[in-house]
Design a protein around this ligand. Structure first.
Ligand SMILES: Cc1cc2nc3c(=O)[nH]c(=O)nc-3n(C[C@H](O)[C@H](O)[C@H](O)COP(=O)(O)OP(=O)(O)OC[C@H]3O[C@@H](n4cnc5c(N)ncnc54)[C@H](O)[C@@H]3O)c2cc1C
Length: 397
């Protein structure tokens, strides 16, 4: 007998799991999630830093964060599983008037959209958060106390466990190798090159379905190509370096972002987790940690927090993962233009964990209702790239 599903979701990371959860919550549970790995979380989700913030530059990202952070704050109660949301805040530190003006402009937009608690802070305020920070060149910053961290693996598991309770199926160890399409009715009538989805080919056989959600993270462009669709999502390596236990910094402090270099850090257990976006990194499926990165990041760390020069680092505990980058650093959510029944929820450009609640909800709304009242979803359509409607997000970490 041919396997059938109302919706097939390709990828069981935090985004695919959230889509499954939101579909099931809306009453659509004949859903099959397909994951090629033997366990969930082997893609970008398991590599993430777990940061969540509403301090963004564009309205669409701010709105998605507001929905998502509120969701995280109620996650345990609503989903019945811990999200480990810690509202420790994000502290942006500006060292130039240009950066400070940028933070002020963003703050006005954030407040107008309902983020009431984002504060302008002075150099002295910043020094109180982390007294060990070098602040001689800092001109000010912003702090939002409801920004913070979650446990990405736990959020992903919570979404999937609840979805499965509602009847969603998950096939692990199963690779999607093709998406079957046939000419759509519109295509047949107009001779346009449009197709519609009829099923998915996998290492466990064929599944008949009219709806496929591409939640394949950094591999999303390959999956789109299986249906003959173009998707401008590229993998870009990001590397994180944890220190050994380090007591010279406070036990609790916000995520601190040094805007002069992009270096940022937060506490992770007894140690400190160091992050920096290497501008020399080039796109590609590079998932190995490069040991030469340790020296580069420690130089930035010690320049902003001199006592971090004493931190011990074991490069074998550092790791690399892939961001899924789009040309305007915003997600792509919504139907594929020329393939009826194919939906994208991809290209989070470093924000897929924090925006997972909103992206799952928007995708489920679009599939089941054709629109979402959370945001004007056409802004995130892949069509924007062909129509010159790019959304530039400059607050990318
Ligand atoms: C170092 C690092 C730090 C980060 N820090 C943050 C942060 O602080 N905050 C934040 O919000 N985001 C952060 N991100 C980004 C975030 O992790 C991602 O945006 C998010 O995890 C994407 O989730 P996903 O479910 O779309 O993708 P993934 O977790 O990659 O899941 C995709 C799944 O699809 C499966 N798959 C792919 N192709 C196929 C196929 N053909 N058949 C079957 N299965 C397939 C893969 O095996 C994978 O499990 C970070 C990323 C990295 C690398």
């Amino acid at each position: 007998m041919t396997e059938m599903a109302d919706v097939v979701i390709i990828g069981s990371g935090i985004v695919g799991s959230s889509v499954a959860y939101h579909l099931a919550e809306k009453g659509c549970s004949r859903v099959l999630v397909i994951e090629r790995e033997a366990h969930q979380g082997k893609g970008s989700t398991g590599k993430s830093m777990g940061g969540v913030r509403a301090q963004f530059a564009t309205s669409v990202n701010i709105r998605m964060s507001l929905y998502s952070i509120d969701f995280f704050s109620r996650f345990d109660e609503v989903v019945g599983h811990p999200a480990d949301y810690r509202a420790h805040g994000y502290l942006f530190c500006a060292t130039s008037e240009r950066h400070l003006e940028y933070l002020k402009t963003n703050r006005e937009r954030q407040i107008a959209l309902g983020l009431k608690n984002v504060e302008l802070v002075s150099r002295e305020d910043i020094a109180q958060f982390v007294p060990q920070l070098r602040v001689d060149d800092v001109v000010g910053g912003t702090f939002c106390p409801t920004d913070g961290f979650v446990d990405p693996h736990s959020v992903m598991m919570g979404f999937m466990l609840k979805a499965r309770e509602r009847g969603v199926r998950l096939w692990l160890d199963t690779e999607v190798t093709g998406i079957k399409v046939e000419p759509s009715l519109e295509g047949r009538l107009t001779f346009a090159r449009t197709a519609r989805v009829t099923g998915v080919l996998t290492s466990r056989g064929f599944i008949s379905t009219r709806l496929v959600v591409n939640a394949a993270g950094p591999w999303a462009a390959e999956v789109a190509r299986m249906a003959g669709a173009d998707l401008p999502v590229e993998p870009l390596r990001r590397q994180l370096v944890p220190t050994e236990p380090f007591e010279k910094l406070p036990k609790r402090f916000p995520m601190v972002i040094d805007m002069s270099t992009g270096f940022h850090f937060r506490r992770e257990g007894k140690g400190i987790l160091l992050a920096w976006n290497d501008p020399e990194e080039t796109p590609g499926f590079k998932e190995d940690f490069d040991p030469t990165f340790v020296e580069k990041i420690l130089t930035h760390a010690a320049s902003r927090v001199p006592c971090l020069a004493d931190a011990e680092v074991n490069p074998r505990r550092a790791w690399a993962g892939l961001y899924e980058i789009t040309p305007d650093h915003h997600a792509i959510i919504g139907p594929a233009p020329n393939v009826e029944g194919l939906y994208f929820v991809n290209g989070f450009s470093g924000h897929g964990v924090m925006h997972s609640p909103a992206s799952g909800r928007i995708t489920a709304d679009l599939i089941l209702d054709g629109h979402s009242d959370l945001i004007e979803a056409s802004q995130l359509s892949v069509k924007r790239f062909g129509e010159g409607r790019m959304l530039e997000e400059t607050a990318v970490l």
